[in-house]
Design a protein around this ligand. Sequence first.
Ligand SMILES: C[S@@+](CC[C@H](N)C(=O)[O-])C[C@H]1O[C@@H](n2cnc3c(N)ncnc32)[C@H](O)[C@@H]1O
Length: 224
Amino acid sequence: MRFTASPVVELPVSGAVLTFEQDNDSFEVGTSVWPSSLVLVKFVERCIRDPALPFADVLRFPGTRAVELGSGCGPAGLGLSRLGLTDLVLTDIAAVLPALRRNLRRNRVHLARAPRLAQLHWNCPAHLATLATPRRFDLVVAADVVYVQESVPHLIAAMDALADAERGVVLLGYQIRSPEAHQVFWETVPAVFPVIEKVAREHLDPEYAYEESDVFILRRSPRQ
Ligand SMILES: C[S@@+](CC[C@H](N)C(=O)[O-])C[C@H]1O[C@@H](n2cnc3c(N)ncnc32)[C@H](O)[C@@H]1O
């Protein structure tokens, strides 16, 4: 791996600067940092600072049991961990876990509690069953994971398998990477998470409101 030859990405979160080493020469997309993860973390930080903004219910972290899908180098998960999401499992395919582990170690000093790392291939029932035991998650986080059309049904099935059957919520950083994957995702996901809210642009952090990146909150039923 050639992490040292690739630029390090910095993300200021809650008074610390998290840093993410990448390996831009790798064939794995997960060894680079993708922008919607940064947009997502800075949106959450802004909501925590200003409780008048919407979605306070999702972003009330104490007691929240969370998992991230496709963590890559870990910008979204480690950023949220810095913001207080301490009961968190970061996941990815086996080939990307070394990059994730390396970045967890690099940023550990800024985290109250280290997230757990786990291998998860979205279409592996054994991985899903292990993660969902003893109970499913309150919050499923994912950033920039919709880009291969064939993987989309597995991604949605994994979100469904991991999110609590009643109150499970998905926090999604999103950018259109493939028109085909985009179409299949938004045609299919309402069957599982029928309540879909897109965060208004004015609620994103203005310094991290890239034109093409959005944040969505997906729910199984309308909030109370
Ligand atoms: C575009 S990268 C985004 C990485 C990270 N979330 C970020 O925003 O920087 C997509 C991630 O999804 C993971 N991924 C893709 N297909 C997957 C699958 N079938 N099962 C599990 N993870 C997968 C990749 O390994 C990669 O880490």
